[in-house]
Design a protein. Structure first.
Length: 214
């Protein structure tokens, strides 16, 4: 079994394509000192991502890197890796980053890229997970924090939280209810890593108990 990371104050880098509410929630956890971390940069593939403005407003470096300016994914990711290494990122946090991450990126940050997904994986991978859950008719959905591998939402699971699905739900109401829990479990997973309590063996992730914890 391997420790994901020794206990340390984390230097995070965030990749986001959109709204940035998960990014905001992580910033708030840092401000409240419930998460022992700092964010060195937020990078977006989308020039209009509100997440870029949110980062800038917090005085966090906000970079737009346009994937279309590169010949292919490998070239784009090589530049991402260069920028992240230049900022000594310990962990890369995908927060509504709507691209598949490839070999170049993952080999540079093996077991160092995390994602949040709005469903209980392995159910409802990919886009519109909340609508997929409604269409399937599940009574319980939720969210998952996982380590990113080359598949789509397939990497080892760190934390999950269940959320009820009501008969009156639509995509918007279910998404809102799940989002509240996303904001909690992402920061919790990060704090567990900062405390050096996350261990991995194959696909399985183990959370070390604190002394005195049952
Ligand atoms: C979140 O619900 C996140 O789980 C989802 O995008 C939203 C981003 O919101 N991510 C995925 O679906 C990735 N497969 P945010 O920009 O407000 O954090």
């Amino acid at each position: 079994m391997k420790q994901l990371m020794e206990a340390k104050h984390l230097r995070l880098a965030v990749l986001a394509s959109g709204r940035g509410s998960n990014f905001d929630a992580i910033c708030e956890a840092i401000d409240k000192k419930v998460l022992d971390a700092e964010i060195s940069v937020l990078i977006s593939d989308n020039p209009n991502a509100p997440a870029l403005q949110k980062a800038a407003a917090r005085g966090i470096e906000a970079l737009h890197i346009n994937p279309r300016e590169f010949a292919g994914r490998d070239d784009y990711e090589a530049v991402l890796v260069r920028e992240l290494r230049a900022r000594n990122a310990d962990l890369v946090i995908l927060a509504g980053y709507m691209r598949l991450v490839g070999k170049v990126f993952l080999s540079a940050f093996e077991n160092r890229v995390l994602n949040i997904h709005p469903a209980l994986l392995p159910s409802f991978q990919g886009l519109h997970a909340q609508q997929q859950a409604l269409d399937y008719g599940v009574r319980i959905s939720g969210c998952t924090v996982h380590i990113v591998d080359e598949g789509m939402d397939t990497g080892p699971i760190i934390l999950q939280k269940e959320v009820p699905v009501y008969d009156t739900d639509n995509e918007e109401t279910l998404s809102e209810r799940i989002l509240l829990e996303e904001h909690q479990i992402y920061q919790q997973a990060l704090q567990l890593i900062a405390e050096g309590r996350v261990w991995i063996e194959g696909r399985r992730v183990f959370i070390q108990k604190q002394s005195g914890e049952a």
